[in-house]
Write a protein that binds this ligand. Structure first.
Ligand code: ZN
Ligand code: ZN
Length: 249
């Protein structure tokens, strides 16, 4: 797949610093999509078709709810609820009044078991999120852009090498993307750079988080804890990704 490059936001995120520039980019995308989801564009037919069909995961429903636009959200959720209900209805009705079980040679195949049919229908109803999908495809573009800049822009390569690294999920995502678009020695050099950066970042955070725990020791009163004050939210970001309040110590 060929991706369109998007270098400016990637450069901005690397200049911003933090424990994962890709998480910063993802956080901005998410905020933009939350704003769009209940704005004027939300009522456009193709957007409505996608959100009616796929709905939103728990995280994105919560973010939409927190944006305080209750009426547009209720309209969007209402049509999704109706579509979900229509799709579940046959399976719910069959499971609610099962036909008497037939024994022996005529026993039903597992696929026709109304309970399993309902289980599958429910699985499908809860596994899609229109916002997660949109974020993921945009993040693929950013991951690809990082690899492209790393290979073609010496200044970016230096910035990358001197960065504080990435969260573990985005470290993996970078390796997966490199596996698809980089080959041989280039891929090996990139992976070695990334591994070295991550090794250093984990060692640094271990020290910072340890120092943070020492703040709670009464014997440490009056000491300067410097960068370790916000070590906990930064470690949270590093381990599992996500945007955490890094500046709140
Ligand atoms: Zn990340
Ligand atoms: Zn989602």
């Amino acid at each position: 797949m060929q991706y369109h490059l998007d270098t400016i936001p990637v450069w901005d995120a690397f200049h911003e610093g933090g424990e994962c520039p890709l998480c910063s980019l993802q956080g901005k995308l998410e905020q933009d999509f939350v704003d769009l989801a209940l704005g004027g564009a939300a009522m456009e037919p193709d957007v409505r078709i996608a959100s009616n069909e796929k709905g939103y995961c728990a995280r994105h429903l919560t973010l939409l709810y927190q944006s305080q636009r209750r009426l547009p959200m209720a309209l969007v959720v209402h049509t999704h609820l109706m579509e979900t209900h229509a799709r579940l209805k046959p399976a719910l009705e069959r499971a609610a009044s099962p036909a008497p079980a037939k024994g022996g040679l005529f026993s039903k195949k597992a696929a026709e078991d109304p309970i399993q049919v309902l289980e599958k229908a429910l699985e499908k109803a809860v596994s899609t999120c229109v916002m997660c999908e949109r974020i993921e495809s945009n993040m693929d573009r950013y991951l690809y852009t990082v690899l492209h800049l790393y290979q073609h822009d010496a200044e970016f390569q230096r910035t990358f090498q001197e960065s504080a690294g990435f969260c573990l999920p985005h470290t993996r995502a970078l390796l997966v993307m490199a596996g698809k678009h980089m080959h041989g020695a280039k891929r090996a050099t990139f992976a070695a750079d990334l591994a070295r950066i991550q090794e250093a970042a984990l060692t640094r955070l271990e020290g910072e988080l340890y120092q943070f725990t020492q703040m709670f020791d009464y014997r440490s009163q009056g000491k300067d804890f410097g960068s370790s004050r916000d070590a906990l939210p930064r470690t949270m970001t590093k381990l599992r990704g996500g945007v955490t309040p890094e500046k709140n110590g």
